[in-house]
Design a binder for this molecule. Sequence first.
Ligand SMILES: [Cu+2]
Length: 186
Amino acid sequence: MFSVYRVFLVLFVTLAAAASEVFATKHEVTWDVSTDFKSWESGRTFKVGDQLEFKYSSSMHSVLELSGEKEYKSCDTGTSVNSMNGGNDVVKLTKPGTRYFACGTMGHCDQGMKLKIKTVAANGAGSSADSPSSSSTSPTSEEDTPSSSSTASSTTPTSAAQATQFLAAMSLALTSIIIGLLNIFV
Ligand SMILES: [Cu+2]
């Protein structure tokens, strides 16, 4: 009987892990002097596990990660902690906190080509203790908006996210039932 319980526990943990994978969002950044990064950033939530994807022409721009707030404010790119120039650079948000990015091309940062990202701890999606409904940062708000690049798909198609949410809810319900039955029979 105990082994049955374990099987379902493993199943549930696996599903929860899969759900947290799907809930991770890839935030596509149109890395250009004409983008209003402040409003782009303010409309989004960045969670641990999410990714930034900087898309740009590598002959025009680059991506520097700046060391702090002071460097960000003054566009001091001299002490950058990381530099990328692939034109399609992915940055993983691995922990809560603030990170700063700027273009390395002369003058671009001063023209507003800089980005400040506040990452928050991922909520309930990955934790089996939380109910799935509490972890619903609504899928529609996480969709990438640029319509021109709709083929470069985000990692969270709405339907898949909803399906996974449903699965997570189902597995939680199933686990509750199993545990309830085990309590009766054992
Ligand atoms: Cu630039």
